[in-house]
Write a protein that binds this ligand. Sequence first.
Ligand SMILES: [Zn+2]
Length: 194
Amino acid sequence: MPKGLSGKKMIERYLSTNFGGPFTPIDPSQFKTLSGAEGMIKSRAVEHLVVFDDISKQAIVAGYGSSSSVGVPGGVDYTGKTVTHNHPGIYGGTLSFADVTFATGYNVKSMRAVGANKKEGTYILRKGRNANPTGLNSRIAKDRPMLERKMTAVYNKHKDKTTVFFAQEYTGILDSYYKSVVSQYGYVYAKQGD
Ligand SMILES: [Zn+2]
């Protein structure tokens, strides 16, 4: 049985405020395509990050972090890039605050999180043609305290925080939020393969 992330690890993933997590670089050329990369990293026990250039279609950055985070290396222009990573655990859940803040702050084309559960697909935040990344970034910053309050209430309600049931409800707050809000800023929130 794959072990769920502890409640503490879920909090680390979902309430982290920066992208300064651990990052150990690996050779990006082992990842030939986006779907191939996502298939490879889906079942890894630690978070892996792979960045694709949309023009060359090649992976330009790859590395791994811990079970609850992966850092994003500096010195890379992320504008217009496709950034994917995996969320390990019994149920990985959707994009975290740090993921979405990074995606909008660095103006990436698409930010993707591959959930570890077989029944989960890939969660995707994609820029539309007239997207307003700054607007979405500020909106999330403004709504974050309200979302955190809801997430904390779910956290406190569950005795066992290692179950799929807990993780689904905890991350479901963000999932519903993205569904209703990001389109107002010209973004698309989608789930692939679930
Ligand atoms: Zn993430």
